[in-house]
Design a protein around this ligand. Structure first.
Ligand SMILES: Nc1ncnc2c1ncn2[C@@H]1O[C@H](COP(=O)(O)OP(=O)(O)O)[C@@H](O)[C@H]1O
Ligand SMILES: [Mg+2]
Length: 286
């Protein structure tokens, strides 16, 4: 499958390494550092990977050079959603088995991915090695892209919180389910208090009716204002970037292991993701 509107990177010969091409493109454009966006949630299964992959394609279509890193270390499944069989994973990079270049994969949709190994118990908790490796990988990829999306695991484990701490901004994925809202609130609270994050992007996935997402955002903001104690003069603001309706096309795309925005570009969820891409904060270096 090819990207509907190729990014500059899609025009490089297939033989060129994605990393070399990205670096060349960065130099040519004289741009600096990618904006790192962590996609996270309180509850699992709310749509982080679906949002990360499809948002990456939507941002690529807007001309951004995008890398998605499967930062759900240990329970990775970005490869499943994108139907990619990685030659090498982030685990292989961490252990020095392969170079970073060898692990960067072209994804359908005109962006690149770094896949993580699945079922690796060594990533169930944060070690100094994992910390250092993740920091080193991000430092290497940063100059070569406009945006790096970190598709993190759910919850507030130390691995997830560390991955999120490396990001310039956080996009929290919630759904209107009370359990997902409660878990989103818990995550936002920890990010505000532990990481001093005062601006958090919020997308509400799997909405049943128009406006439900804004309602969820307002309810969360109300609870945050009441219960999250920030130092004097500081306040946590949710930046609501939109809602993605519950849409059977999403399930069909996942079943077929295809990218939603490429396979069903006109479906309500794909259109909504396109709008979310336009509402994310613009790149500082543009
Ligand atoms: N907008 C949506 N409409 C319908 N189903 C959805 C939607 N978003 C996610 N899903 C379903 O939820 C499942 C889990 O999504 P996923 O992105 O893997 O969640 P997470 O990464 O948060 O664990 C998907 O496989 C899909 O079947
Ligand atoms: Mg996931």
């Amino acid at each position: 499958m090819t990207a509907p509107n190729p990014t500059p990177l899609s025009n490089v010969p297939a033989s060129a390494s994605p990393l070399a091409a990205a670096a060349a493109s960065a130099n040519a454009a004289n741009r600096t550092q990618a904006r790192i966006t962590a996609v996270t949630s309180g509850k699992g299964g709310v749509g982080k990977t679906m949002v990360s992959a499809n948002l990456a394609a939507a941002l690529a279509r807007r001309g951004e050079r995008v890398l998605v890193i499967d930062a759900d270390l240990g329970l990775a499944n970005l490869d499943v959603v994108l139907n990619l069989q990685p030659r090498a994973t982030l685990h292989d990079v961490f252990t020095g088995k392969v170079t970073l270049d060898a692990a960067l994969v072209d994804a359908p949709g005109g962006f690149h991915v770094l896949l993580a190994g699945s079922g690796l118990v060594e990533y169930s908790h944060l070690t100094p090695e994992v910390r250092e490796q993740l920091v080193a990988v991000l430092a290497k990829v940063r100059p070569r892209y406009d945006r790096v999306l970190l598709d993190t695991g759910a919850g507030i484990s130390d691995v997830v919180l560390f991955a999120v701490s490396l990001a310039d901004e956080v996009l929290v994925v919630a759904t209107p389910e009370p359990t997902a809202m409660a878990d989103a609130y818990a995550t936002i609270k920890v990010l505000a208090i532990q990481q001093g994050r005062e601006a958090i992007q919020l997308v509400v996935n799997q909405t049943q009716r128009l406006g439900e997402g804004r309602n969820v955002a307002q309810q969360l903001q109300t609870v945050i204002d009441r219960f999250v104690q920030m130092p004097a003069g500081h306040q946590v603001r949710l930046n609501y970037v939109g809602e993605i309706p519950s849409d059977n096309s999403v399930r069909h795309a996942v079943q077929r292991r295809q990218l939603l925005v490429a396979t069903y570009p006109g479906c309500p969820a794909a259109l909504a993701i396109g709008q979310v891409a336009g509402k994310l904060p613009v790149l500082a270096n543009r």
